[in-house]
Every structure is written in structure tokens, then in C-alpha cells.
Design a protein around this ligand. Structure first.
Ligand code: BGC
Length: 730
């Protein structure tokens, strides 16, 4: 339980404040607008950075009483601002709020999803999919700590992160914003991020509020496109998509952002069952819910579950939306005011929503005497933060293939580097980097290294590059082939350009033809090829990976990704990441690791290019002596699992031991295996460590026929490495 639990004092403060508020002031608190609503129109600004228009700010904060503002100033690229500009903007906004009748501070929200996205030169970590590949919860904790520090140094306090959606649809353009396909891994990584970001008290000067998003079922669009329908049964919801949010609520996240799309025909913002019955009554969430971008209006403009914008407001508020990310006008405010006055929305519901918002504002310390923002030098992009980021990047890169130990390469090797992702920082960072789409390469820091830059810096041999300056630049294949002759190896860097949300929709996971053609030409040279990939989704690389001597899957390793990749190529770092998703062999072969028996029955198979949990090292590991403390277990007993893990090779490295469980017979068909515990350990050559894990009642449970979580008697099989041990529950 966090120290931010509502105390009797907070409850009294909130009740006293509510009693003084007019309806208008209350409804204003439920309104969140974009920076453009208070910013000088972009055409009036000659500099790249946005400025606040005092008249517009007065209109929003003093006349419309808005409770919250979001986003970066609207400049030509909606781009990151210098840290000092952010601090100044926040001071101006709070100074205006302090002039209001009740002096209720504004809560400013930002998408700092892999570090302080919108503050220039911040520490930008591997994206969530890559953080998950580290299988290192301590790194997630540290990323949370550093991100909170850097947004606080920027005068900001509320982060629309972490994404607690489970990534089980590889086409979805936000897959990389998730911690992958497994419920347990995502739950642990997300919760540790929250703990690092909030500490035990998110009002502390170096801590910030988190926001669980996008509640719930957003990540599983049937057609793979962003903001399109999911069909999730109540059982699947409770088994796959809800547990990470439940854990986030338990970890003390004070805010929840709502699914922008729909599940089983009910838009997220109209779903009383999810927003109220489950979130409040079952999960016990006490904070406030926030709509996603314009999504209340869309109940009318897009989904047609509402007959008008006003009707949409009523439906959303009555379903359980507490704050509306409107975001460009005061329509929500006007409509809700009219609905309350006409009695269509009861005052009690308004008091409930506003009470929750004010409670979070008190808990965040916003009503306390204003604190000076954190000193920049000690808190922003420090050497410690950069070193932590580099370590996270190193631990996130998956060595998927290493034929005949071709890697690591000697520094004296002559290497030809080619491919659309070899010389760009953007492709290693993805969306929400400096700009929303992350594609403004020219704005990226000049002191960070691309893969090419890092190889050039570290090599003592010859490094040549044949490629473009932008992702889409045509690469001169004849030149690549000619240059290959003078080099020992070819590093072929393929993948995706940056994107997020609907702009990243694709029709196929296949790589584009130009990348395939480049790969074909490169293999025809006969030189050994090392395939490197960057990008947010598992694009199909099967035929290329089969011919390549080595394969390194980079996903989105962040600002230190180039350096980390070079460290691994040269053996300065021994790779230790594992896949947090199943890497498909073909576009339509989407079978996840926790498949059901019928998915590997008769002609069906789980036959991915690389399975979930796959990842090689330059050394070798072995797990042995898998043991349980008992073979007969009562329903509520814990089971202790122990295993020895050894480094059987000749260099130091880290191994993640994965503990899977299978329920042998059950009244609802069970996955062939599910990850229940994991631990990453460092081992010197020849060293063995004895590891212990605990399986609890909850680990044995599933959602039964009547949709309640149950444990059934019978055999359970624990699997670690090559070993399996059975225990019986009765
Ligand atoms: C995204 C959210 C984000 C919000 C605010 C929406 O379009 O779906 O993830 O937090 O914008 O920028």
C-alpha cells in the first residue's frame, strides 16, 4: 500500500473544498484540454517553441476552471522543449490557478513513456517491449525512478505511463508500447516501473504520478489496426487482460486511462461493467479515470452509440469516466453543465468524480506550498541515468542466432554496413520520442550514436557504409555488392520506420520489397551476413534469418541502442535478453507461446521463427536438479520450486531462469504452459547458483466455467529448461 492512500485528513480537505465549489468549478475539474487551448497560435510564434497566451490561459483556468492540461506546446513538430521552458510554463500555469477563487492547482499530464519524451535531451530508455526483453525488473524500477526525476526536473508530475495492455496482436502498431505477450512478465515489469516512478509517496520532490493505460482490451484488435474492435470474452479478459491492471491498481497507480476502441461492441468509454463494476467494485480502484484523446465525442462522431455529443457526455460520465481529455474545446464542460442542470446527470456522480480528482491532487501535494522544481544538474540526464540506460539497452537486445560462433567480431574486422536502420537514431527509439511519431531525426541529440556511428567509434578496422540518410531512401544495391568485396562481413540492418497509433497501421507483417531485395543481393555476395533488426513489431524475416550467420533482434532499444548493439557485436557485452513475444515465422502464423493443446494437435503446430523466451549468449547455461518441496499440495499451500543454474561456458554472463506451469486436466482447457516466475542471475564461468521460487494458490488458478477464479484438484507440471516435475493438488 502506498503512502498516498487517502487519509482522513485528505477526505476532510476534499469534502470541505467540494462544499465550497460551484457546479461550474466542479465540471471544470473534470475537463482536460490540450496545450493548444492555452498556447499562442503556432503561426504567431517565430521561434520553434510554444508560448502561453495569457488571455487563453485565463479563459481555460479562470473562466472554465479546467482541472488539467496535457501535451507539449504546439510547435511545427509538437516537439520536445528545453527543460527550462517546461519549468517556466508550469510556473505560469500554476500562478494563474493560484489567482482562481478556490486556488485549485492544475494537474499537467504528459506521455513520458520511455523517459521524458517531450523534454529535450532527456534520458530515453528502451521502449516497453525492449524493457520486457531484459527480463530485469530492477531496470524497469530504475527507468521509473529516472523518468520521474526527469519529468519533475521539467516541472511536470503526471505521466501517462505505463501501458499495461498485453501485447498479443503483432500487427497492432502499439505492440512495442507493451511489455509483450505474457501476463506475468508484463505485470512484473509494469509494477516495478510504477514503484520506481512513485516511490512510497508520489508527492515527493523526485516522484511522479503514473497512469495505467489503456483500460482494458485495447491491445487486441481483431484486424490488427489501431482503435478497432476487440472481441474478448469475460473469461479471456479476466485471464489475460485484467491481471496487469489489477496489479497496477494494487501498486498504487492513482489514475487510469480508458481504452480508445471497443470490446465486444461496447466502446471503452461507455462500458459501465469495466469502468465501474470491475474497476471500482472489484479491483477497488480509488483514483480517477481519464478518457483517451477525444474519445467521449467519438461515442457520437464515430461509434454512434450516442445520438449527440451531449448524449455521449452523459453515457461516458455515467459509465464511470471522471475526467475528459476533450481535448481542443470546452464542449464537454458546456454539455456536462447542461446535463447536470437538467437533472440528466445527478450531482452525486459529479461529486464522486470531482472528489476523486481532488483527492489525487491533495495526495500529489499540489495544494502544499509550491516546491521549487528539482535542480537540473543533479537530476536530469545525469551520467548515472545514461549509464543505466546503456545497461538497459544492452540487456534488451536478443541474440537469436549465432552460427558457428561467428559473433563476437574482432574489432579489426572490416565491416560493410548497410540497410535502412543502420544510421538513424529514430528507428531505435520509435514513437513518443521528441515528437509524437518520433520521426523527426533532425531533432535527435547530436551526441548519441547510431549503429553505424557506434561501430565506427569502436572499430580498429575498416567500416564502410552504403545506405541513405532517411529510412525511405533508396539504397544503391550495385554499390553494396561492389563494396562487399573489400570487407570481411556485412552487417545488414533492417526493420521498421517509427510510428505509433493509427499512423503505424500495416496490412502485412511482411518486410517491404526493397529490404528483401537488398538482403537477396547481400547474400549473393557470399560474404557472411549479420542481420540486425530495429522496430516495434516482429516483421517477417524468416528467409533472411535462415541465410544469415547471426541474427540480433534490437526492437526499440532507445537512445543508447547503437552503442549497445556495437558492444554486443564486438563482445564487449555478452547478450542476455530473451524474447518477450513469440517471433512468427510467417504473417498469418500467429500462435502465442501459451497456446492451447488443439493448437499443436494433429496438423497444427507452434512453429514460430523464435519462441517466446528465446535468446542466446556467448556462453552456455544449464539448469538442473529441478525440485519441489512437496509432491502433494493442499489447495491453499504454496509450492517451493528450486533449481540449479550453471554457466557451463568460458565467459561471464547472465541467464534468466523461466519457471513454467501446466495444469494437466481442467474443466476449462488450459494453456500448454504459462510463465509463473523468473529470475535473472549473473554467473561467472563454471559458477552454479541455487534458485528458489514460490508458486502460490493464485498461480494455480484459472477462470472457471462460472467465470470465477478457481483451483481444481489434480496434477500440475512445473517446467524449467529441459526438466519437468509433477505435483498433485487435492
Ligand atoms: C493515446 C494515449 C496518449 C494520449 C495523450 C492518445 O492518442 O492513445 O496513449 O496518452 O493520446 O497524448
Amino acid at each position: 500500500m502506498s503512502a498516498n492512500a487517502a487519509t482522513p485528513d485528505t477526505a476532510t480537505n476534499v469534502a470541505q473544498l467540494l462544499a465550497k465549489m460551484t457546479i461550474e468549478e466542479k465540471i471544470g475539474q473534470m475537463t482536460q484540454v490540450d496545450f493548444t487551448v492555452i498556447g499562442v497560435a503556432p503561426e504567431n510564434v517565430n521561434a520553434v517553441r510554444g508560448e502561453i497566451d495569457p488571455a487563453k490561459l485565463d479563459d481555460a483556468v479562470l473562466k472554465h476552471h479546467v482541472g488539467s492540461i496535457l501535451n507539449t506546446p504546439f510547435t511545427p513538430n509538437n516537439q520536445a522543449q528545453p527543460v527550462e521552458i517546461w519549468r517556466n510554463m508550469q510556473q505560469i500555469i500554476q500562478a494563474t490557478a493560484a489567482k482562481s477563487r478556490l486556488k485549485i492547482p492544475v494537474l499537467y499530464g504528459i506521455d513520458a513513456i520511455h523517459g521524458a519524451t517531450y523534454t529535450q535531451n532527456s534520458t530515453l530508455f528502451p521502449q516497453a517491449i525492449s524493457m520486457a526483453a531484459t527480463f530485469n525488473p530492477d531496470l524497469s524500477f530504475k527507468a521509473g525512478e529516472i523518468t520521474a526525476r526527469e519529468i519533475r526536473a521539467s516541472g511536470l508530475q503526471w505521466n501517462f505511463s505505463p501501458v499495461m495492455d498485453i501485447g498479443r496482436q503483432p500487427l497492432w502498431p502499439r505492440l512495442w508500447e507493451t511489455y509483450g505477450e505474457d501476463v506475468h512478465l508484463a505485470t512484473i515489469m509494469g509494477t516495478r516501473f510504477i514503484q520506481g516512478h512513485q516511490g512510497t509517496d508520489f508527492s515527493a520532490a523526485d516522484k511522479g504520478l503514473t497512469c495505467l493505460k489503456h483500460y482494458v482490451g485495447y491491445s487486441f484488435p481483431f484486424n490488427g489496426k489501431d482503435r478497432t474492435p476487440a472481441y474478448i470474452s469475460e473469461r479471456m479478459l479476466r485471464e489475460i487482460f485484467l491481471p496487469s491492471f489489477a496489479a497496477g491498481v494494487k501498486a498504487g497507480a492513482p489514475t487510469v486511462m480508458i481504452n480508445s476502441a471497443e470490446v465486444d461492441g461496447i466502446p471503452g468509454h461507455a462500458n459501465y461493467h469495466y469502468l465501474t463494476t470491475i474497476l471500482r467494485d472489484e479491483l477497488g480502484f480509488k483514483g480517477f479515470t481519464l478518457s483517451d484523446w477525444e474519445d467521449i465525442k467519438r461515442l457520437y462522431t464515430r461509434d454512434k452509440v450516442a445520438a449527440s455529443e451531449k448524449d455521449a457526455v452523459k453515457i461516458a460520465v455515467m459509465a464511470g469516466v471522471d475526467m475528459s481529455m476533450v481535448p481542443f474545446d470546452f464542449s464537454f464542460y458546456d454539455n456536462l453543465l447542461a446535463l447536470v442542470k437538467s437533472g440528466d446527470v445527478p450531482m452525486a456522480r459529479i461529486d464522486e468524480a470531482v472528489g476523486r480528482i481532488l483527492t489525487v491532487k491533495f495526495q500529489a501535494g499540489l495544494f502544499d506550498a509550491p516546491k521549487a522544481p528539482l535542480p537540473i544538474a543533479e537530476n536530469f540526464a545525469t551520467p548515472y541515468a545514461t549509464a543505466t540506460n546503456l545497461q538497459a539497452a544492452r540487456e534488451s537486445i536478443v541474440l537469436a542466432k549465432n552460427q558457428e560462433h561467428i559473433l563476437p567480431l574482432k574489432k579489426a574486422a572490416n565491416i560493410l554496413v548497410t540497410g535502412p536502420t543502420a544510421n538513424l537514431l529514430s528507428v531505435m527509439n520509435g514513437g513518443w520520442t521528441i515528437t509524437w511519431q518520433g520521426d523527426a531525426e533532425a531533432l535527435y541529440p547530436k551526441d548519441k550514436l547510431t549503429l553505424l556511428g557506434a561501430l565506427q567509434q569502436q572499430s580498429t578496422g575498416k567500416i564502410s557504409y552504403v545506405g541513405g540518410n532517411r529510412f525511405d531512401d533508396a539504397i544503391d544495391i550495385a554499390k553494396v555488392v561492389a563494396a562487399a568485396k573489400e570487407h570481411d562481413y556485412i552487417v545488414l540492418s533492417l526493420g521498421e520506420n517509427t510510428y505509433t497509433e493509427t499512423k503505424g497501421n500495416i496490412a502485412s507483417l511482411a518486410l517491404d520489397k526493397s529490404q528483401q531485395a537488398l538482403a537477396d543481393a547481400v547474400f549473393a555476395t557470399g560474404k557472411p551476413v549479420i542481420l540486425v533488426t530495429f522496430g516495434g513489431r516482429p516483421r517477417i524475416i524468416t528467409s533472411i534469418a535462415e541465410k544469415a550467420s547471426a541474427v540480433l533482434l534490437g526492437f526499440l532499444p532507445g537512445m543508447e541502442g547503437g552503442l549497445a548493439m556495437a558492444d554486443i557485436l564486438y563482445g564487449d557485452y555478452n547478450p542476455d535478453a530473451k524474447l518477450p513475444i513469440t517471433y512468427p515465422r510467417d504473417t498469418n502464423d500467429i500462435v502465442l507461446y501459451d497456446y492451447k493443446s488443439m493448437e499443436s494437435f494433429e496438423d497444427n503446430t507452434y512453429n514460430p521463427l523464435y519462441p517466446f523466451g528465446h535468446g542466446l549468449s556467448y556462453t552456455t547455461f544449464e539448469t538442473r536438479h529441478l525440485q519441489l518441496d512437496k509432491s502433494h499440495v493442499g489447495f491453499y499451500d504454496d509450492v517451493k520450486v528450486s533449481v540449479d543454474v550453471s554457466n557451463t561456458g568460458s565467459i561471464a554472463g547472465k541467464e534468466t531462469v523461466l519457471v513454467y506451469l501446466h495444469d494437466a486436466v481442467a474443466s476449462v482447457s488450459r494453456p500448454n504452459k504459462q510463465l509463473k516466475a523468473f529470475q535473472k542471475v549473473a554467473l561467472a564461468p563454471g559458477e552454479t547458483k541455487h534458485l528458489s521460487f514460490t508458486l502460490t494458490h493464485d498461480d494455480l488458478s484459472f477462470i472457471g466455467v462460472d467465470l470465477k477464479r478457481i483451483v481444481e484438484s489434480g496434477d500440475f507440471i512445473v517446467m524449467v529448461g529441459e526438466e519437468r516435475v509433477t505435483f498433485n493438488v487435492n
